[in-house]
Design a binder for this molecule. Structure first.
Ligand code: ZN
Length: 170
């Protein structure tokens, strides 16, 4: 396994729509394992393939945190098939937007249809942090970032800061 480079805002690839995966083959499984390792190393609780520069609809999530029992989820072609009408505000961050956070309102529960690590079709009923995380990562597959839900002013401020960081690294 290897650790991949995480793409940061304002890289234009983060605004592109990811494509459906045709088949969960060895190459896709290898990518999912590398994504998981990259996410754990960051550390983070969710990562979409576009965040490592690959425009495929794949996300990995593990919200088990510090607990020694890891509980990774692999979602290929995830699609939300139901959303709760009840909205909940939670603080979100993003590995592509390091050092910045925002309070985002999203449905507190959702059902997601996807292919698992073995390519089997599954439906997961998620709520709480897992539901938030799934919605955040599926947004990535559609070129949407959490800062898009913030005020124009706050979003512009964060992009300006990140652009400065990137210029300093060049
Ligand atoms: Zn993110």
């Amino acid at each position: 396994m290897s650790i991949l480079t995480i793409v940061k805002e304002p890289d234009p690839i983060l605004r592109k729509k990811s494509l459906l995966v045709k088949e969960v083959n060895g190459e896709i499984k290898k990518l999912m394992k590398n994504m998981l390792e990259t996410m754990y190393a960051a550390p983070g609780i969710g990562l979409a393939a576009v965040q490592v520069g690959i425009l495929k609809r794949i996300i990995v999530i593990d919200i088990s945190g510090e607990s020694s029992q890891k509980k990774p989820f692999f979602f290929v072609n995830p699609k939300i098939v139901w959303k709760s009408n009840i909205l909940e505000t939670k603080q979100e961050g993003c590995l592509s937007i390091p050092g910045h956070f925002g309070n985002i309102k999203r449905p507190e529960a959702c059902h997601v249809k996807y292919l698992d690590y073995d390519g089997k079709e599954k439906t997961l009923k998620a709520d709480g942090l897992l539901a938030t995380c799934i919605q955040h990562e599926i947004d990535h597959c559609n070129g949407i970032l959490f800062i898009d839900y913030l005020s124009k002013l706050k979003k512009a401020f964060i992009i300006k800061k990140l652009t400065k960081v990137q210029k300093n690294q060049e």
